[in-house]
Design a binder for this molecule. Structure first.
Ligand code: SAM
Length: 151
């Protein structure tokens, strides 16, 4: 994947970025250094990846070890942010940005449900990511439990 425009894609001039106050709370280390190498979506059989949580946020990991699966939320820092219509490389179809899970979006936030392998101090080991090495970490949460309707 590169930053070229494909046929049918539409770029806009986004408004000036305003600071939403996001804090990068860590950095994610994966085997992938080039966008084309990373899986489109993480898989539980994928490689173990390392999430380095920065101080002062390490105490916030307390209790996360009880979760088998966690939601990892990250900032897809190399993605362009100005496309409203995009052409999927897989099928050539042009779709609105909000109808696909492309990394290219006005606020390039990515999420994966990952299998928790272990926590060692400020290092969280997981399987199931799809982001590039060096991707900034925004948040970690327990996997949302499915709502079971009453019998
Ligand atoms: N699982 C997340 C989601 O659904 O929100 C992200 C899916 S996105 C399709 C994953 C792709 O984003 C990868 O295959 C790679 O091409 C690209 N990507 C990964 N890390 C990135 C980064 N830090 N900046 C820009 N693009 C990235």
């Amino acid at each position: 994947m590169d930053d070229d425009i494909r046929p049918g894609e539409v770029a806009v001039t986004p408004p000036a970025a305003t600071d939403a106050g996001l804090v990068f709370i860590g950095r994610i280390h994966t085997p992938w250094t080039v966008r084309g190498e990373a899986p489109r979506q993480g898989h539980p059989d994928g490689p173990v990846c390392r999430i380095d949580v920065f101080e002062p946020w390490i105490p916030a990991l307390d209790g996360l070890e009880r979760c088998a699966r966690i939601e990892v939320i990250y900032w897809l820092h190399l993605a362009r942010r100005d496309l409203v219509r995009q052409c999927r490389a897989s099928d050539g179809l042009v779709r609105g940005t909000f109808s696909i899970r492309s990394p290219v979006r006005p606020n390039p936030i990515g999420t994966s449900i990952a299998e928790l392998v272990g926590i060692e101090g400020g290092v969280v080991l997981v399987r199931g990511l799809d982001c590039l090495d060096g991707t900034p970490l925004l948040d970690l949460k327990p996997e949302r439990k499915p709502v079971v309707p009453p019998p």
